[in-house]
Design a protein around this ligand. Structure first.
Ligand SMILES: Cc1cc2nc3c(=O)[nH]c(=O)nc-3n(C[C@H](O)[C@H](O)[C@H](O)COP(=O)(O)OP(=O)(O)OC[C@H]3O[C@@H](n4cnc5c(N)ncnc54)[C@H](O)[C@@H]3O)c2cc1C
Length: 405
């Protein structure tokens, strides 16, 4: 057995890295085990709404992220068949003034790099890469015993508290409850990023200073700039299946291209400009099931409650979770079971509400026939201020203070 860490985090994704920083801010140490030998570029674009950037700012991450992030001027919803604009939510300075923090878009790799840079500045955080947590069990007398695979060898570690931040396909979820697994939503995400030069011809159709969402019964497609504006991130969500549960797979993209062909002819230009797409099956985890065990376990981020990307809040929820869990542990240093129960009680209603909003968006965005007609009429009737006010509960929330601005 190696030296016993007071707290182990399994997984150095957005959730795990943010938690380590949030703990350090309260003077609490953590050891992170990450199975990847290096934290490299996986995933694609992320929208980081003000409820997340407010917290990243307090953790000192925003300054590092700033050169790679973009503050889009608006989110614009358009019909994919006619390209008609249905709604426009102002962002940029208006978002910052209303919700107290910027609305940003960035590549997931840039966010992870900014988090990592801050993690390396904190002496109380120990990051061990190339360390796969293979097994974890509660032990009599308290805490958790982990079996690690590292550099071809096995190693056992005991810790009083294990945080499972191991993503949507979490193995540690099993420790919290036996029956809940991630569930395939029936949708896949096709993702690509185009160099700005190659995307120049698409500027009129999907302007590079905004988030554009195209709605269609067969798909919805979102485009926005990442990597300091040097690339355009495009993700299309379509019904379908893929064989593996993996982050980025090459696959036959004919179903995607066929769906795009059925929309406005401008999508043919997009199809020509995108030589390759990677596909990613979208899974979800029911947020209502247990996230903690008093013996010494908490799940965080996608491991606890993967929410499908229809509200663009998965990473934001992971960041909110991390800040709240750290505060709960700091507030009750002598009563860990109570701290874990506080965390779950505080976070669950918020995540369940966000998941519900995502489920609503999924129905609304993929609607067809009369339902789509009603949706379009309602959206067009609403003014910009009313549309912004709809997001106050989500973007105006300060998870650390537990209240809205
Ligand atoms: C198409 C799509 C678009 C999205 N867009 C947005 C968006 O716009 N805004 C937003 O907020 N969210 C978005 N999300 C969601 C967001 O990407 C996730 O919610 C977020 O990345 C979850 O972070 P996490 O740290 O919980 O998990 P992950 O990022 O999956 O991190 C888990 C980490 O754990 C490691 N790991 C796994 N198992 C082990 C093990 N046994 N031992 C050690 N390490 C392990 C992994 O290698 C990984 O580094 C989107 C998701 C999809 C599918």
């Amino acid at each position: 057995m190696t030296r016993e860490p007071a707290l182990v985090i399994a997984g150095a994704g957005v959730a795990g890295l943010t938690l380590a920083l949030a703990l350090a801010r309260h003077g609490l140490a953590a050891r992170l085990y990450e199975r990847a030998p290096e934290l490299t570029e996986v995933g694609a674009g992320l929208q980081l709404s003000p409820n997340a950037t407010r917290l990243l700012g307090r953790l000192g991450v925003l300054d590092t992220l700033a050169p790679a992030a973009i503050a889009p001027q608006a989110v614009v919803l358009r019909q994919a068949a006619s390209l008609e604009t249905l709604a426009r939510v102002r962002l940029g300075a208006a978002a910052e003034a209303r919700w107290g923090a910027p609305y940003l878009v960035a590549h997931r790799a840039d966010l992870q790099a900014a988090l990592l840079k801050r993690v390396r500045e904190e002496a109380s955080i120990e990051l061990v890469t190339g360390a796969l947590v293979e097994k974890a069990d509660f032990v009599r007398g308290g805490g958790v015993r982990l079996s690690l695979r590292r550099g071809g060898a096995s190693e056992d570690v005991h810790t009083p508290l294990l945080i499972g931040a191991d993503g949507v396909w979490s193995h540690l979820r099993r420790l919290a409850r036996t029956s809940v697994r991630s569930r395939f939503t029936g949708h896949v995400a096709w993702r690509t990023t185009l160099p700005a030069e190659d995307a120049a011809g698409l500027g009129e159709f999907m302007p590079h200073d905004q988030v554009t969402a195209f709605l269609d019964p067969r798909f919805h497609l979102i485009a926005y700039p990442v990597s300091g504006g040097s690339r355009l991130n495009i993700v299309a969500i379509v019904p379908g299946e893929v064989p593996l549960n993996a982050w980025e797979q090459d696959a036959d993209d004919r179903p995607l291209r066929k769906a795009l062909q059925s929309a406005h002819h401008a999508f043919a230009r997009l199809s020509r400009a995108t030589p390759s797409w990677t596909v990613w099956p979208i899974h979800q985890v029911d947020a209502k099931a247990a996230w903690t065990r008093p013996e010494g376990l908490a799940l965080l981020g996608d491991a606890a409650h993967a929410v499908p990307p229809f509200a663009a809040q998965g990473a934001a929820m992971a960041i909110e979770d991390a800040v709240v869990l750290a505060a709960c542990l700091a507030r009750r240093p002598d009563n860990r079971p109570a701290a874990l129960a506080d965390y779950e009680r505080i976070r669950k209603p918020r995540v369940v509400r966000v998941a519900r909003r995502g489920a609503f968006n999924r129905l609304a965005w993929h609607a067809g026939g009369p339902v789509a007609l009603v949706r379009d009429a309602v959206l067009k009737m609403r003014g910009e201020t009313t549309l912004m006010a709809d997001f106050d509960w989500l973007y105006g929330f300060d998870a650390e203070a537990g209240q809205h601005r």
